[in-house]
Design a protein around this ligand. Structure first.
Ligand code: SD4
Length: 299
C-alpha cells in the first residue's frame, strides 16, 4: 500500500483536488482521479486558460489541448480540439481505444464524435467578451505572466492545470489540460499535450507536469528532463532546479516569461519550482490539504 498523493498546478486547483482526494485515498484509481480533476477545471468557466471559459486565439477561435499518462507505453493526447469541452477525456480515449498516442485538430473532434462524446460550442460568452475587449485595446498578443497570490484567483491570466496522483495501490497517473496561450497564432500548440513536454509519468522514475510558456518548456522537453534527472538520483527539488536553470540558459528570457513545474517520485516525495515569483501549487497528501509556495524560484 502507498500513501496517496494528489498535487496540482496553481491555487485555483486546491478545491478541485480536495474534492477528488477522498476517492484517491479510498479505492479510486489515479487515472480516474487526475482525469476528474482536469474535467472539473475544464467545466469551470471562470478558469480562463482551461476548457470552457478558456480564451481563444487572436481570431477569436478557441482550441483545447490535453494529455493523460500512466507510463511511457500508456499515454494519450489531443491538440486543437474545437468541438468538445473535455479534451482530457478525449485524450484518455486515444490512450485506451487506439494504438496511437496523439490525435489533432478536426480529426480528433471526429474521433470524439465516434466515441459518443457530444459535440458542443467551446467558446464561452465570457471568453468571447474578453477577446472582443482585447481586440479593441490593441494589447500585445503575449499576456503578462500570471500572478498567484494563493487565494485561488490568478491575476493576469489563469493557466494550465497539470495534476499528478498516486493512488493507494501505488499507481501513478498525470493529466494536463489547457486552452493554450491567450490570443495565440491560430494553430499554435504549446507543451501541455506533448508527452515529455507538459507531462511525463514513468512508474520507475517519477512524474512531472509543467505550466506557463509552453514554447520554453518544449525547448528542453521539460517534464521528461525532470523525470529523467529523478531517475538518475536527483531529488524532485534538484531535478526541477536543474531543469529551470537549463531552460534559463537556453532561452533569451523576456519579462513576460513564466514557467513552473511540479514533480514527484514514485514514492510520493514531491516539490515545485518556478522561473519567477507568482506560482503556487496545491497538494493533498493525507497529512495536509494546502496551497504551497514553490521550493525553487530561480529568478
Ligand atoms: C501552453 N503551458 O499552451 C500552456 C498554457 C499556456 O497561457 O500557455 N497558458 O503553453
Amino acid at each position: 500500500m502507498s500513501t496517496p498523493l494528489l498535487i496540482s498546478t496553481w491555487s485555483f486547483s486546491l478545491p478541485i483536488i480536495e474534492a477528488e482526494f477522498p476517492r484517491l485515498a479510498d479505492t479510486g484509481n489515479a487515472l480516474d482521479v487526475v482525469e476528474a480533476c482536469a474535467i472539473s477545471a475544464e467545466s469551470n468557466e471562470s478558469i480562463d486558460s482551461v476548457g470552457y471559459g478558456g480564451l481563444p486565439d487572436r481570431n477569436g477561435r478557441c482550441t483545447f489541448d490535453a494529455a493523460v499518462m500512466k507510463s511511457p507505453s500508456e499515454s494519450g493526447a489531443v491538440c486543437g480540439i474545437e468541438r468538445h469541452r473535455h479534451p482530457v477525456s478525449v485524450a484518455r480515449l486515444v490512450m485506451e481505444q487506439t494504438e496511437h498516442s496523439m490525435l489533432v485538430g478536426s480529426l480528433a473532434d471526429d474521433f470524439a464524435d465516434k466515441q459518443g462524446i457530444t459535440s458542443e460550442n467551446i467558446l464561452a460568452e465570457s471568453a468571447k467578451a474578453k477577446w472582443e475587449a482585447w481586440k479593441k485595446t490593441n494589447m500585445p498578443p503575449v499576456p503578462p505572466p500570471p500572478l498567484d497570490i494563493g487565494t485561488g484567483e490568478l491575476f493576469g491570466s489563469h493557466d494550465t492545470i497539470g495534476t499528478i496522483g498516486i493512488d493507494a495501490g501505488g499507481t501513478m497517473a498525470g493529466s494536463c489540460s489547457t486552452s493554450g496561450m491567450a490570443w495565440k497564432v491560430p494553430g499554435r500548440v504549446g507543451d501541455s499535450p506533448i508527452i515529455g513536454h507538459g507531462l511525463y509519468v514513468d512508474p520507475q522514475r517519477g512524474a512531472a507536469t509543467g505550466t506557463g510558456h509552453g514554447e520554453l518548456i518544449s525547448g528542453i522537453c521539460g517534464s521528461f528532463l525532470i523525470v529523467e534527472l529523478m531517475g538518475r538520483g536527483a531529488s524532485p527539488e534538484d531535478a526541477i532546479h536543474d531543469t529551470l536553470a537549463r531552460l534559463a540558459q537556453c532561452w533569451p528570457l523576456k519579462k513576460e516569461h513564466q514557467v513552473a513545474f511540479i514533480a514527484t517520485t514514485p514514492k510520493g516525495k514531491y516539490a515545485a519550482g518556478a522561473l519567477r515569483p507568482g506560482f503556487k501549487s496545491a497538494v493533498c497528501d493525507g497529512s495536509q490539504q494546502a496551497i504551497l509556495d514553490p521550493e525553487i524560484v530561480l529568478h
